[in-house]
Design a protein around this ligand. Structure first.
Ligand SMILES: Nc1ccn([C@@H]2O[C@H](COP(=O)(O)OP(=O)(O)OP(=O)(O)O)[C@@H](O)[C@H]2O)c(=O)n1
Ligand SMILES: C[C@](O)(CO)[C@H](O)COP(=O)(O)O
Length: 237
């Protein structure tokens, strides 16, 4: 059976808040976030193609990284755009025809798992559009320009959402065309689906799905990766 998902791995950001190129910097285990994401996504039998979207300066580096993967799936590297959504769209345009579903994942989120991809995919099959997220555990306040609290939101309805996000291909295409025709900017792809009035299913996921955004995230990721390695079964000596 043909794998149903064409995947877009966005990696064309500027890492401004991190202060160094977070996508290509190796962790202590020798692998950078892009390589870790590639390892996981390429193992998923649901994914038939991975388009890696990078900045112009990183094209060659990404091609080298990708060539290190001997895979049965097709891998492509393309150049991204100014906003995250522009990078997603470039990735979308580069996907081969014939995938019924499109998965979008931030390469800044190296803790994605095969099981999570499977869960989000199953929800996308049922609903057409699915993302992962978890109920917010902090109190959420709207804050004004002078750092003053404007109001407190009803937390019982607030979830924070992440990637992977998976959509039926024609739905994503329609949503992106609408997004561009209205000149809107969104911070995730599900927002584009919401704008055309379609439902998006949220898969509850409380596992680690940290986004490498600021230097503290990097330190936490290092600790988590170290713990993960310690928990791996070791070969008997
Ligand atoms: N124009 C952009 C902006 C972001 N991204 C990707 O989108 C994901 C989430 O973005 P974020 O973590 O905000 O990364 P950056 O945009 O690099 O961070 P910053 O805003 O601090 O520069 C990352 O994998 C990033 O590489 C992208 O492909 N193209
Ligand atoms: C898509 C995303 O990861 C969902 O949480 C997030 O919105 C990306 O945001 P950023 O502005 O690119 O950090």
């Amino acid at each position: 059976m043909k794998a149903p998902i064409g995947s877009i791995l966005v990696a064309a950001g500027q890492s401004r808040r991190m202060g160094f190129d977070k996508i290509f910097k190796p962790f202590s285990n020798g692998l950078c976030p892009l390589e870790i994401c590639l390892c996981t996504i390429s193992r998923s039998p649901l994914v038939g193609q991975i388009v890696v979207v990078v900045s112009k300066e990183n094209i060659q580096r990404a091609e080298q990284t990708v060539s290190g993967f001997s895979l049965d799936k097709q891998l492509k590297v393309v150049m991204g755009g100014k906003e995250r959504q522009d990078s997603v769209y470039q990735g979308f345009l580069a996907l081969d025809e014939g995938f019924e579903y499109v998965m979008i994942h931030d390469s800044a989120r190296p803790f994605v798992t095969e099981e999570l991809i499977e869960k989000v995919y199953q929800a996308a099959v049922e609903a057409g559009a699915a993302i992962c997220g978890k109920p917010c555990s902090d109190t959420v306040k709207e804050v004004g320009e002078q750092a003053q609290v404007l109001r407190t939101l009803d937390r019982s309805k607030i979830w924070t959402v992440q990637t992977p996000q998976i959509f039926r291909r024609p739905l994503l295409q329609k949503a992106y065309l609408e997004l561009y025709s209205h000149g809107k900017i969104v911070t995730d792809d599900a927002s584009a689906i919401e704008m055309i009035g379609e439902n998006v299913k949220v898969v509850r996921y409380t596992g680690t799905n940290l986004k490498m955004t600021i230097p503290e995230d990097w330190e936490i990721a290092e600790l988590l990766l170290e713990k993960k390695e310690r928990l791996q079964p070791q070969p008997r000596s």
